[in-house]
Design a protein around this ligand. Structure first.
Ligand code: LMR
Length: 394
């Protein structure tokens, strides 16, 4: 049987992790996988998460199953975080999932179950795993223009023009904030145009929000998602806790479905639990419980928010430093977009050949499409990267 299998293409982001590890050069720089790193290159456990973990160790009496859709307390806490405390809870169906990727996968399956013909429109570019999962599920997929390589900003007119070709019932996959891989984001006025178009064309938004708190702040980063959820009859939201709680390996995420009527919410809730059961049965609880504890405890929450804010502002400072250093070396403003981008990533906007040259000649690792993880930098490595970019004639 097994000889009938084909080997699978390596995930480009994860393959880079192994390649970086194997590189013996001491001065190598890892700007690959989207994992936050502090100035010493460590991915710390956040203080509030550690404190919650200690409390949990003392208080938890059983490891018995919780519920197919996960702990309702986790859903309440996450709905509050993503959609805002005032959002009507009754208008949301939700199920905990193994990470944000689990939520994305379940969302696609839900869409497939509801409408076999729905095309999923994804930004060009998008997180490669979106495309990979869609392909795995054999779902019809289309791309809409998103990134303007000349300016490093969003090509809004191209995006709208392409989405006009979508048919009623199609899905528009949107990054709620901190677009991965480009770092270029829509402004609120741009979102209004996208929302109007989705309303006119009868399209359903699916928002992937994996970096809330990494861009302009916890509330600001959720604004687009909240406006979409309020404006559209139905919205699917896949949210991740991996980055903003720093609990990557705990696999903590949630899939939410927002709809205007009780019947839709009941049937969506039923299907979310069903999908969990088919795919893995009960979702992991440990990370979800930590998140619930942190969000539900005033002191822990304040500490978490403060630490997250310092992570965010630290990344913003790295952006400004890199952009300034490149301005100094190139004598031009052409890298100014790096300071305007938000979140963990920026697309430098160069060719795979130049990316390979940065890796081979300078030991600098970024994804082949020239996506850089800004958190992989520090005050010492910024001048090295900037000099290498100029040396490679980028
Ligand atoms: C990334 O884009 O690097 C992260 O989301 C990690 C991953 O799983 O790809």
């Amino acid at each position: 049987m097994l000889e009938a299998l084909n080997t699978q293409p390596a995930d480009k982001i994860l393959a880079l992790v192994a390649q970086f590890k194997a590189d013996p050069r001491a001065n190598k720089i890892d700007l690959g996988v989207g994992v936050y790193k502090d100035s010493e290159g460590k991915t710390p456990i956040m203080r509030a998460v550690k404190a919650a973990e200690q409390q949990l160790w003392e208080q938890e009496q059983t490891k018995s199953y919780v519920a197919l859709a996960g702990d309702p307390g986790f859903a309440d806490a996450m709905i509050g975080l993503v959609l805002g405390a005032e959002f009507p809870r009754a208008g949301v169906a939700a199920a905990a999932t193994p990470g944000g990727t689990g939520a994305v996968r379940q969302a696609f399956e839900l869409i497939q179950m509801a409408n076999q013909d729905a095309k999923v429109w994804v930004s060009d570019p998008t997180w490669p795993n979106h495309l990979s999962i869609l392909k795995h599920l054999a779902m019809p997929t289309r791309q809409y223009r998103y990134f303007d390589a000349q300016t490093g900003a969003v090509n809004l007119s191209g995006m709208l023009e392409d989405l006009k070709k979508a048919k009623p019932g199609d899905i528009v996959l949107l990054h709620g904030c901190c677009h991965n891989p480009t770092g270029a984001n829509l402004r609120l006025t741009d979102w209004e145009h996208v929302i109007s178009l989705m309303q006119e064309r009868g399209l359903t938004p699916m928002v992937d929000i994996a970096y809330q708190g990494f861009g302009d702040g916890l509330e600001a980063d959720a604004t687009a998602t909240r406006v979409i959820a309020k404006s559209m009859p139905e919205t699917i939201i896949a949210a991740s806790c991996s980055k903003n709680f720093g609990i990557y390996r705990e696999r903590t995420g949630i899939l939410m479905v927002v709809a205007g009527n009780d019947k839709s919410i009941r049937v969506a809730q039923d299907n979310l639990a069903y999908l969990n059961r088919q795919n893995f049965s009960f979702p992991p609880d440990h990370g979800a419980r930590l998140v619930t504890m942190v969000l539900g405890d005033k002191a822990l929450r304040a500490d978490w928010e403060a630490e997250l804010e310092s992570v965010r502002t630290g990344m913003l400072a790295l952006r400004s430093q890199l952009s300034a250093e490149l301005q100094r070396l190139s004598g031009s403003d052409r890298f100014g977009f790096l300071a305007d981008h938000r979140g963990m990533f920026s697309r430098l906007g160069t060719t795979p050949e130049k990316v390979a040259q940065l890796r081979e000649d300078h030991g600098i690792y970024m994804v082949g499409d020239s996506r850089m993880n800004i958190a992989g930098l520090n005050a010492q490595t910024i001048p090295t990267l900037a000099a290498a970019i100029i040396a490679c004639d980028i």
